[in-house]
Each structure stands twice: as C-alpha cells, then as structure tokens.
Ligand binder design. Structure first.
Ligand code: SF4
Length: 72
C-alpha cells in the first residue's frame, strides 16, 4: 500500500498540507473543506486515506487539507 504523505516534507509544506483540516489556521481554509470533498482526491470511496493527484505515490488523509483544495 502507498506510503502516507509526510506533512513535514517540502512538497507538503509548499501547499500547507495538514492531516487535520479542522485544526488548520490557514486563511485559505474554508469551513468544511477537506480531502474527501476535494476534486483532486482521486478515490472518494477511500474513507480514511486515499490518493491525491497533487501528491503522486502518497496517500493523504480523508480529513486532511491543503491550499490546492478544489470543490468536488
Ligand atoms: Fe487534500 Fe485536495 Fe490538497 Fe489533495 S489537493 S491534499 S485531496 S485538499
């Protein structure tokens, strides 16, 4: 199975990725937005960890978030 994205990695930090959307204080975060309802989360049936088009080869948390979020 794919490795989980490390929030401390350069690629994750470049987009302010967090495993926990609700705890981010980023000013671009919109209430309720998280990976599971992001267009770039490529397998919406993956309810806990899933693939993201922005971070190939890694899994992101369904409850995560980053600045590339786009509404599904
Ligand atoms: Fe999550 Fe979307 Fe960012 Fe990928 S692009 S990490 S699915 S918010």
């Amino acid at each position: 199975s794919m490795e989980q994205l490390d929030p401390e990695s350069d690629t994750a930090q470049a987009l302010a990725y967090t495993h926990d959307a609700e705890s981010t204080e980023h000013d671009q975060h919109q209430e309720g937005s998280h990976c599971l309802n992001c267009m770039l989360y490529s397998d919406p049936s993956a309810q806990e960890w899933g693939p993201c088009a922005v971070f190939p080869g890694k899994q992101v948390s369904a409850n995560g978030w980053c600045t590339a979020w786009v509404a599904r």
